[in-house]
Write a protein that binds this ligand. Structure first.
Ligand SMILES: O=C(O)CCC(=O)C(=O)O
Length: 277
């Protein structure tokens, strides 16, 4: 559905530091990843059931509820699995979504055809427990400060419709013009005194759409008050010839006119990069 951004959209993104895109791709494009996540959660349910840690496998529950039902029934035991295991999986489904042509076309219209899928990414099951929030931050806060000059196109991609009720993101319009802002204990909390002025924009995104940010755009994730999980991905892109700010973790090349032989063909190529680290 896209061949990249229109000039109007590009200007808006550059001026405001964020852009909401509806109908970027057919929602069915997400099916390989959703099927994969469904399968992983099913496998975990069977394992915990066999280990007698779970009395009910919640087999009838839909994708946007089952993992949380398991988590609740196990007295909150799945938080770590969610953050550390599910969030960083390098799978065929993740690779598929990260390299959707509709997404890469948008990236290309902003940074050109030398595209790296940045090593910092997350798949998130944001539980409806009201406590799963991410406070005001910039994505560059999680990277080496020296990477300020690398232009990054950051995509936030919902796997279920996201809205105020289930904890969509909020951004501060124009905050991308800030430097890397100081934070106290964690990059997830910019110092109050350093918070930029600007209108706070709530960013609901339907499935099939995306929210684009820059690595200096100040944003946060609000509580999930709904009765279901707000599944999402946050994925990032930069020119592979520039530093990523995560030198110790490889990203993979998704497009290149100059080095087409180095393009990762599948998640197998992506995984192989970790064998040589
Ligand atoms: O999805 C969320 O709840 C937080 C995402 C976020 O803050 C980010 O992509 O940087």
């Amino acid at each position: 559905m896209t061949n990249g951004l229109t000039e109007n959209q590009r200007q808006k993104y550059m001026e405001q530091g964020y852009l909401l895109l509806d109908n970027l791709y057919d929602p069915a494009r997400l099916d390989p990843l959703i099927d994969e996540l469904t399968h992983i959660i099913d496998r975990w349910a069977h394992r915990y059931y066999e280990q007698k840690r779970l009395a009910d496998m919640f087999e009838g529950e839909p994708f946007d509820r089952r993992f949380f039902r398991i988590h609740e029934a196990m007295n909150g035991a799945c938080s770590e699995l969610n953050d550390a295991v599910l969030g960083k999986r390098k799978t065929a489904g993740m690779f598929h979504v990260m390299t959707l042509p509709e997404i890469l076309d948008v990236v290309q219209s902003l940074i050109g055809p030398e595209i790296l899928v940045h090593p910092q990414f997350n798949c998130r099951a944001k539980f409806p427990d009201r406590t799963s929030v991410v406070d005001w931050h910039q994505d560059i806060g999680f990277l080496d400060a020296a990477v300020l000059e690398t232009f990054m196109v950051n995509f936030w991609v919902p796997l279920v419709d996201s809205n105020v009720d289930n904890g969509c993101l909020e951004v501060i319009k124009g905050s991308h013009r800030s430097d890397r802002l100081p934070f106290a204990a964690s990059p997830e909390q910019i110092d109050d005194a350093s918070m930029p002025e600007g209108e706070r924009i709530c960013c609901p995104v339907p499935v099939g759409g995306a929210l684009l940010l820059q690595h200096t755009t100040v944003h946060r994730s609000t509580p999930n008050y709904s009765d279901h999980i707000r599944w999402s991905l946050d994925i990032r892109y930069s020119d592979w010839r520039q530093p990523t700010g995560r030198d110790e973790v490889p990203g993979y090349i998704a497009r290149s006119d100059t080095h087409s032989d180095r393009i990762a063909a599948s998640h197998v190529d992506w995984l192989a990069m970790f064998e040589s680290v």
